[in-house]
Design a protein. Structure first.
Length: 120
């Protein structure tokens, strides 16, 4: 599988999906103008990855902010990850950001995979 690497901008998160190196991360701010268009290749990549995943997968979310449209698509990403065997989700949030911590807790309640909340 070809990796996806997208550099973060002021409005879009950095994305690294690299099965060969075992790096899976979405980080930064997510408020793209067209959330569907931005995340479509990521969702398609995850569908393909779920067919033949690594033995173990650690997926890191290190978001500092996301808008309402992004919150729905982040849930879609997490739901795609439910199909990946031996998956571990790490939800990183700044120690002083109660909203981002609560977002991770809410996602943990909505999906059938454990989400580790990690304060930094």
């Amino acid at each position: 599988m070809n990796p996806i690497m997208i550099s973060a901008t002021e409005d879009t998160p950095g994305i690294v999906l690299d099965a060969g190196k075992g790096i899976f991360e979405i980080s930064g701010r997510s408020l793209p103008e067209d959330v569907i268009k931005f995340y479509k290749p990521i969702l398609e990549w995850l569908d393909e990855y779920a067919q033949s995943p690594n033995d173990d997968t650690v997926f890191n979310f290190k978001l500092s902010y996301f808008n309402t449209a992004s919150s729905k698509i982040i849930l879609d990403v997490l739901m795609k990850l439910e199909a990946v065997r031996n998956i571990s989700i790490k939800w990183h949030y700044p120690e002083d950001d109660e909203d981002m911590k609560e977002a991770g807790e809410e996602y943990a309640d909505l999906v059938d995979i454990p989400i580790d909340l990690i304060e930094y």
